[in-house]
Design a protein around this ligand. Structure first.
Ligand code: TYM
Length: 339
């Protein structure tokens, strides 16, 4: 479906404000594509603070990290004049449609979500919150409320989007055409950036050790050191081979995505050179790329009224679309509109 106002297709995505800084995986797997899609799509991007509640954050941290997330998104290139940038809890329709999605989902299919299974196994049934279980239904509501055609995310969100598509199809066939069927927008390269110290696990905000995680807001010398001590593989060649050389392949992916050069070009540039030279060059690219982003984020965080105005405008624009979809959903379900 195309948006009636702009004639463009819709894109929607979200990111959790769970940490002080985003990491390189968030940027290369998702936000970089958000920035590109805002040029061609009617784009909606949200900081999903309600989803972050599932990790039971300290209120002060949540508050601070929500603002830091907004500032980072703008610093990374999300232009609030091109995209609708907003905070999820500012648009109440998300919770309301979330409930409808919960009523549509089977316990069995929700139990099969790997992120839920991992968390509940780690924490145990008595400690893991019901919100972790219903998390994907709130995410389905985020997507369907905006009639999104495309959802730019990293590979780890694919299963959640499959559920979203199932719920979309189920609702439309039971109650009549109401929601646009969303497509995942997942790139081949960069959809899964790996931990620098354990290049078989994804780079993750919740990793036990942060030594393999490149945080966008870390000081340049910290990130340089992390890259220089990244785990490499046996052999000496700089060659992309995910199976035999996961560490070097991960660094090649990062280098290529940030420099705009192809992996083949980088391989030939480093033909005959060693891992040390290569890691030094990756560190330069990463540090040079992130320095202005860090600076811009800190600048924005000092301008609270500007961030507030972005949030206010974004919430108004988002609510206009979301409320319309919610109304159509309630009508389709037979709920009586308030007189
Ligand atoms: P979150 O906050 O965990 O991550 C934000 C985005 O970053 C991507 N990502 C990665 N990509 C590549 N390599 C990595 N190592 C890596 N780590 C994270 C994620 O795939 C994601 O795109 N459930 C979502 C948030 C969400 C959402 C939505 C997304 C809530 N509602 C609606 C899309 C549409 C999440 O936890 O993302």
């Amino acid at each position: 479906m195309t948006s009636s106002k702009t004639g463009k297709k819709r894109a929607l995505s979200g990111i959790q404000p769970t940490h002080d800084s985003f990491h390189l995986g968030n940027f290369l797997g998702a936000v970089k594509q958000w920035v590109e899609l805002q040029e061609t799509h009617d784009a909606f991007y949200c900081v999903v603070d309600l989803h972050a509640l599932t990790s039971e954050p300290n209120p002060k941290d949540l508050h601070k990290r929500t603002l830091a997330s907004l500032a980072q998104l703008v610093a990374l290139g999300i232009d609030p004049n091109k995209s609708t940038l907003f905070v999820q809890s500012h648009v109440t329709a998300h919770n309301q449609l979330g409930w409808v999605m919960e009523c549509l989902t089977g316990i069995g299919e929700a139990s099969r979500m790997t992120q839920f299974k991992d968390k509940s196994q780690k924490m145990g049934d008595d400690r893991v919150g019901v919100g972790v279980f219903t998390y994907p239904m709130l995410m389905a509501a985020d997507v369907l409320l905006y009639q999104a055609d495309q959802v730019p995310v990293g590979e780890d969100q694919r299963q959640h989007l499959e559920l979203t598509r199932d719920l979309c199809q189920r609702f439309n066939s039971r109650y009549g055409q109401t929601f646009t069927m969303p497509e995942p927008y997942i790139l081949k390269a960069g959809a899964k950036i790996f931990d620098l110290q354990d290049p078989t696990s994804k780079m993750s905000k919740s990793s036990e050790s942060q030594s393999g995680v490149i945080e966008l807001l870390d000081a340049p010398e910290v990130n340089r050191k992390k890259i220089k001590s990244a785990m490499t593989d046996t052999g000496r060649e700089i060659k992309f081979d995910e199976k035999e050389k996961p560490g070097i392949s991960n660094l090649l992916t990062i280098f290529a995505a940030l420099s705009g050069n192809s992996v083949a070009e980088i391989e030939s540039e480093f033909d005959g050179k060693g891992y040390g030279d290569f890691k030094g060059a990756v560190a330069d690219v990463v540090v040079d790329y992130l320095a202005p982003i860090r600076e811009k984020t800190l600048e924005l965080l000092n301008d609270r009224s500007h961030l507030e105005s972005i949030m206010r405008t974004g919430a108004e624009k988002a609510a206009e679309v979301a409320d319309q979809t919610l109304k159509a959903t309630y009508d389709a379900l037979g709920l009586i509109p308030r007189a």
